[in-house]
Write a protein that binds this ligand. Structure first.
Ligand code: IVH
Length: 699
């Protein structure tokens, strides 16, 4: 059957479009169409290729899928060896490196290309006349394994280079990684299915690449970042930074964090800046890499044994370390949940001394099979609570070393229950339990709740232990005198605390709801509730059973409408499911909670909960539906505050810049998002500009 010209042209156009969208998504990190629309294009191309097999092409974007399983990986010899880097751990190491480079080159100052050091798996991609011909692991540096079939499934690796004049042949070097968020999602799925979890993104990525069945690799969310060339083929450059720019032009992802720096102070500045950003990057890095930028200088410096003299890896302290479990205790949380906690022999993890690590719940302790006396791997990533990843070496394991969930709360002695279908064991003591009371108070005062400055853990411990404060309402009756009498608290600090308590007295409804600490009600749910009820009294009078019933009816009606192809009715309290409604009903029907809310909102010390302005009636109508992206550190506002301000004016806040973005709010050290916004011609404002814009809109 002859292929109609129209189909041929459509296939070509679709391939071009999909490749462009892949490039925007993976390389520029600035998609211009929603995922669903991309899926439609992809589907259309897949169908056309199935209808007209004559149009098949090995570098069609539909070919990023797994082929037939392999028996074994054939060996490949790299055209140029894949060497390693010398490591530096201290500032002195870096100064020594820069000195040796300067002396060898006879220069006063040297320019370096600086990049993140990706924590993944090194690979080499061979492009012949612009087409992906082979992909290999590093192996021993000279011979690796041919994992082409697996690498072809990685969407961010183009099957065809974008450049119009591809070199006859070129080796691109880089790292296969997994984004932290993708890794978390994948592990959550593994956990749900009762399958083995991966220890970290690097192991998950390495395991996926060495899968004999490419179909399995295709299901793993792998990414690629290039950091250089092996055999440069027909290309020629003067600087390493030009190589990276060229690679990016070819449609391969290159880190947007790359930069150049001069002298060892420039290198250390980059190390510090990336160190501060490290936790916020979407991928794991274990250091930064410095490379002499001039390629002529690189050649004259040459290599010592297996590492270049012109490059250096400057490592960050590891985020995963080994240590011993001294004991396994439990911690009682705000809602009474008992969390098993490993008490550890103190270790430095990523620059912080860690003595406790969470084991999440009883099932996790069993699954990971952690006993007192075991040597375990402990991980800490950024601000998150350190956790026990796995057992590295079991200890002697006497019977008494096994963890047992206590049957009585270690704080208040109340019975501990574990409801069917729940992972958590709970203390039934409620606010009778001092641990729960303390946690509830800390949550109430926390920055995103009532934002009471200075009310920290130590003070709350004291106030609760001495019986001065029992409920959040008691906080508003605190006087300077009582506080100042507390051990180690001066008159001035006491005044400051009373002042910040005073300042917290007119919260938004959403903040107040969040502060109450209703099980399952986070900030997002609190916002939904505030928007729906608008006033606290209406929330308190809510007929939860009626709402649950109405939600059910609407859902039923919508299922019928869907079958008839009609538009659905809007849901009441969208995003709030039956369990949450149950939790809300329980919370607001408890006499104790009603009493605390009444105490909080009446009398001479009353908190004035603000009425939530509905969007349509609110200020700044002009911003409804506008998308804002925040980047960098704002001088006066936290991110949450900026988000709240924007939402109050009808706008919404997105995580990444795209053509859909209306405004980018840039603070100090704004990075790639700002550059992207400039590139796309999006309006950029600073904090003051943002405030002004909103003020003008509401007058
Ligand atoms: S350059 C001559 N740049 O680190 C060596 N390597 O010990 C050229 N790595 O496994 C390597 N990020 O895969 C270079 N930005 C980066 C890197 C990087 C990670 C890995 C590399 C290799 C190891 C080198």
């Amino acid at each position: 059957m002859a292929v109609p010209e129209k189909a041929r042209m459509r296939v070509e156009a679709l391939r071009r479009d999909i490749e462009t969208h892949n490039y925007r998504y993976y390389v520029l990190d600035a998609p211009t169409i929603p995922d669903a629309e991309y899926d439609n294009l992809f589907q259309e191309l897949t169908e056309l290729e199935a209808t007209y097999p004559e149009l098949a092409s090995p570098d069609s974007p539909t070919r990023h899928v797994g082929g037939v399983p392999l028996e074994d990986f054939p060996q490949v010899t790299h055209r140029t060896p894949m060497l390693s880097l010398n490591n530096a751990f201290t500032e002195e190491d870096v100064a020594g490196f820069d000195r040796r480079v300067r002396e060898a080159l006879g220069k006063n100052e040297v320019e370096y290309a600086v990049e993140p050091k990706f924590d993944g798996l090194a690979i080499s991609l061979l492009y012949d006349r612009g087409r992906l011909a082979q992909g290999a692991t590093r192996g021993d540096g000279y011979t690796g394994e041919d994992v082409t079939a697996n690498l072809r499934t990685v969407r961010s690796i183009p099957l065809k280079l974008r450049g119009t004049h591809p070199p006859a042949s070129v080796e691109v070097r880089g790292e296969i990684i997994m984004y932290k968020a993708d890794f978390e999602r994948m592990n959550a799925r593994q956990r749900e299915r009762g399958e083995k979890e991966f220890a970290n993104p690097r192991n998950a990525a390495a395991g996926a690449i060495r899968q004999l069945d490419p179909k399995i690799t295709a299901q793993r969310p792998l990414r690629f970042f290039a950091y250089g060339l092996g055999d440069p083929g027909g290309t020629s450059f003067d600087r390493h930074s030009e190589i990276l720019d060229w690679i990016a032009d070819q449609g391969l992802p290159v880190s947007s964090e790359r930069s150049t720096a001069r002298g060892s102070s420039g290198l250390l500045g980059f190390y510090r800046r990336m160190g501060e950003k490290r936790d916020k990057l979407p991928y794991a890095i274990d250091g930064v890499v410095y490379k002499v930028n001039s390629l002529a200088d690189q050649r004259s410096l040459g290599f010592v044994s297996r590492a270049p003299r012109f490059a250096l890896a400057h490592k960050y302290p590891p985020e995963e370390v080994l240590t011993e479990v001294l004991d396994i205790g439990v911690q009682v949380g705000r809602t009474g949940v008992l969390t098993p906690v490993a008490r550890l022999k103190p270790v430095n993890v990523g620059g912080v001394t860690v003595t406790n690590a969470t084991l999440h719940n009883e099932d996790e302790v069993r699954r990971k099979d952690v006993w007192r006396g075991d040597v375990v791997i402990v991980r800490r990533a950024g601000d998150v609570i350190p956790e026990v990843v796995s057992v590295a070496q079991p200890g002697p394991r006497a019977g008494s070393d096994r963890f047992e969930m206590p049957t009585r709360c270690p704080v208040c002695g109340s019975e501990v229950v574990r409801l069917e279908g729940e992972a958590a064991a709970r203390c039934t003591g409620g606010l009778f339990c001092a641990a729960q009371r303390k946690q509830a108070l800390l949550h109430f005062a926390s920055r995103r709740a009532m934002d009471i400055d200075g009310l920290g853990e130590k003070l709350v411990d004291k106030l609760v232990d001495l019986g001065i404060v029992r409920t959040p309402a008691d906080l508003y009756r605190l006087g300077v005198g009582v506080l100042a009498e507390l051990e180690r608290m001066g008159e001035k600090s006491a005044q400051n605390i009373v002042a910040s308590i005073e300042k917290s007295k007119s919260p938004s409804l959403a903040r107040f709801i969040f502060a109450l600490g209703i099980p399952g009600v986070g900030e997002e749910v609190a916002r939904i509730l505030a928007k729906h009820f608008e006033r606290l009294d209406k929330l308190l009078d809510a007929d939860w059973a009626g709402i649950a019933e109405r939600k059910k009816q609407i859902q039923k009606e919508n299922a019928a409408r869907k079958r008839r192809g009609e538009a659905p009715l809007p849901l009441v309290l969208e995003g709030i499911g039956p369990e949450l409604i149950d939790s809300l009903k329980k919370f607001f029907s408890q006499e104790h909670n009603q009493e605390v809310i009444a105490q909080l909102t009446s009398g001479p010390h009353a908190v004035q909960v603000q009425v939530e302005k509905s969007r349509s009636a609110g200020a700044g109508r002009g911003f409804s539906g506008k998308t804002f992206v925040l980047t960098g550190t704002l001088p006066k506002m936290t991110r949450e505050e900026a988000k709240e301000l924007i939402e109050r004016h009808g706008g919404k806040v997105a995580g990444s810049v795209s053509r859909q973005t209306d405004y980018v709010v840039a603070g100090d050290e704004a990075g790639s998002k700002l550059e992207k916004a400039r590139g796309l011609g999006i309006a950029i404002v600073d904090e003051a500009g943002l405030r002004k814009m909103f003020e003008e809109a509401s007058t």
